[in-house]
Design a protein around this ligand. Structure first.
Ligand code: G6P
Length: 614
């Protein structure tokens, strides 16, 4: 998500910065820009679209020679991917320039403060507040690093920021909180980058920055402090990748990278959703509370993995809002003559925002006068543009065809919607909503644990590599997890895999069970006594018929152990949040099996990331 490069040294900064941005393309982006120190102002160029568009701008309008520069590839979050929203952002006199990755949570408050002080805003981004804050700070003092520290102390959220100032030539300053920034150490030149790919062509010597640190680079020095100016500890290391691995940030597959990004994807999707009074606020919820109070039916429409996120959400939305919620495949929706009217809320879930089946379904829903809200990961894409309201997931670009972080962040966004509706309808008290939000904030740590414990699942994949059939069972929210586990395996490993509601077992699927058949079973938390007990019986039923049972169960629940061939432990979480942790080992299993079978994990046969045909 967003690529950042900063350079000071003896080379032409434009070449270094553009080269770095090309190396960071793998992160995904939808607009680009560069800024160079040129006398008493910053010379800059920025453009929506791919780097080739910026190349064309630079060809027509060459920037001056300079040895100090910054650059950015932007993945739109606040504001569509337009020229005006592209980075760098500058003050009115083009003296200072900033590029940013992350989300400034308190930008609305800061923007109001700056507008009141006479600052004019040219973009819809959260980033622009930062440059105006810096401009104001530089009226008080000349030292750029000191001014950056003062600005950082005012910011909430996650950010990597990199600044250039025409009146502090030969200096680039960076800052980070909950968002990546590394330093590259060269000979008579130094670099900043979102990751080492940004400067791998020039140096393998890197310095990792810690949380809440500010780094100042010149051609010959690197100085790191905390946000208050105290000297800070850093860790130096030598990068051992080759340049080809740089395209995926050192990972073998985009999917491995995206699975590992899930704690951050979930955390970012939750960022900035509460206002100062602790009320939920959703940026692009263009529907008023009065309109939301009129909603008497919700229909979730989506395709593939996104539809399973919808199935998970149904349990939470109905439970929290008491509004009936149906989930329907987008490709089926409009052909069945659904009963919808002005009081129906159609929720379209789409990572790409371009899936044609989903797009056609929302167009139909709007013709029928339903209100349409989309949950989408791609700012400026068609589905959110054609919706009445949007909740953006902030998962960052998803490149692997099969969705992973897209799914978890969609579940989180659906939960935010459920809570928002409950707030608007007044069916949940504020403290009940905040306690669920608090529980959601704990989830990234649980996801991280599942990633850290991934070797158990990878070994299991090696053991089962020759199996051609797998079944997945779940109950309640574990049922869509079973469906998603099976879909991942079909997509990636091309083996027969099916997910069932455990209660349906006896109505047919049990006939498939034979000796050695691997069956994944997602056990609900014990807090839901009946569910847990019922699935325990299901495990015994299949075990008695020879199934090889792989049981996903929360810490401390040993009741299943006698009937499990393999136990995969899950952190204790409330029942409704369990899909967010239980899906992770199933993703890792599918990814590993595909890799062992020699398949292309990122681009499985016959599949496409953005399916723009019906
Ligand atoms: C394709 C992808 C799936 C994805 C589905 C919906 O089939 O291969 O991974 O779940 O489209 O995509 P969307 O972008 O609408 O979420």
């Amino acid at each position: 998500m967003c690529g950042i490069v900063g350079y000071v040294g003896h080379r032409q900064a434009l070449d270094v910065v553009m080269g770095g941005l090309r190396r960071l393309e793998y992160r995904g982006y939808d607009s680009t820009g560069v800024g160079l120190v040129d006398g008493d102002r910053i010379a800059w160029a920025k453009k929506a679209g791919k780097l080739a568009n910026l190349d064309a701008v630079l060809e027509g309008n060459a920037l001056p020679a300079s040895t100090t520069g910054i650059g950015h590839t932007r993945w739109a979050t606040h504001g569509a991917p337009t020229d005006a929203n592209a980075h760098p952002h500058l003050d009115a006199a083009d003296r200072v320039a900033v590029v940013h990755n992350g989300i400034i949570e308190n930008f609305m408050v800061l923007r109001a403060e700056l507008e009141a002080a006479g600052y004019e805003f040219l973009s819809e981004t959260d980033t622009e507040v930062v440059v105006h804050l810096l401009h104001r700070e530089l009226q008080q003092q000349d030292d750029l690093s000191e001014a950056v520290r003062a600005v950082c102390r005012r910011l909430e959220g996650a950010f990597t920021l990199v600044f250039a100032d025409a009146l502090n030539p030969g200096v680039v300053v960076g800052a980070r909180r909950n968002s990546p920034l590394v330093v590259g150490r060269g000979e008579g030149e130094n670099f900043l980058g979102s990751d080492v790919a940004a400067f791998i062509d020039y140096t393998a010597e890197a310095i990792e920055l810690g949380q809440d640190q500010v780094v100042t680079i010149t051609a010959d020095a690197i100085d790191v402090t905390d946000f208050h100016g105290n000297p800070a500890e850093t860790t130096a290391y030598t990068v051992d990748w080759d340049v080809t691995a740089a395209e995926k940030g050192g990972y073998e597959w985009f999917m491995t990278k995206e699975i590992e990004e899930q704690p951050k994807a979930v955390a970012d999707t939750l960022l900035g959703r509460l206002d100062q009074d602790g009320h939920l606020q959703l940026d692009e919820m263009r529907l008023t509370d009065d309109e939301l109070r009129e909603i008497d039916k919700i229909i979730v429409i989506a395709c593939g993995t996104a539809s399973y996120a919808g199935l998970v959400a149904k349990y939470a939305i109905e439970h929290w809002t008491r509004i009936p919620c149906e989930v329907e495949l987008a490709s089926e929706f409009r052909y069945r003559d659904p009963i919808i009217d002005r009081s129906t809320l159609v929720v379209a879930i789409s990572q790409s925002g371009e899936t044609m089946d989903t797009l056609m379904a929302i167009r139909y829903a709007r013709q029928q006068r339903a209100r349409v809200l989309s949950i989408c990961n791609t700012n400026g894409s068609t589905i959110p543009r054609e919706s009445d309201a949007v909740i953006y997931t902030h998962a960052g670009p998803e490149v692997a065809v099969a969705s992973t972080k897209g799914f978890l962040s969609q579940v989180v966004a659906c939960y935010l919607l459920g809570l928002y509706l409950a707030q608007a309808k007044g069916v949940k008290y504020g403290d009940e909503i905040s306690s669920i939000i608090d529980e959601l904030h704990q989830v990234p740590a649980g996801i991280q644990r599942m990633i850290d414990e991934g070797d158990q699942v990878r070994k299991l994949a090696a053991e089962l590599v020759d199996r051609r059939s797998f079944l997945f069972l779940g109950r309640h929210v574990g049922f869509p997890v079973a469906l998603e586990g099976a879909l991942k395996l079909k997509e990636l490993a091309y083996v027969h895999a099916e997910g069932f509601a455990a209660g349906e077992l006896k109505h047919g699927p049990i006939a498939l069970v034979e000796k050695g058949l691997p069956m994944f079973v997602v056990v609900p938390p014990r807090a839901r006594d009946q569910l847990q007990e019922k699935i325990l019986s299901n495990i015994q039923e299949v075990r008695a018929r020879g199934a090889y049972t792989i049981v996903l169960v929360e810490d401390g629940d040993d009741s299943v152990v006698p009937f499990a061939d393999v136990v995969i432990r899950l952190p204790k979480v409330p029942t409704l949040l369990q899909p967010l942790v239980a899906t992770v080992p199933l993703q890792i299993f599918a990814c590993e099996l595909a890799e062992l079978l020699g398949h292309d994990v990122d681009q499985p046969r016959n599949l496409a990331k953005s399916v723009t045909v019906e």
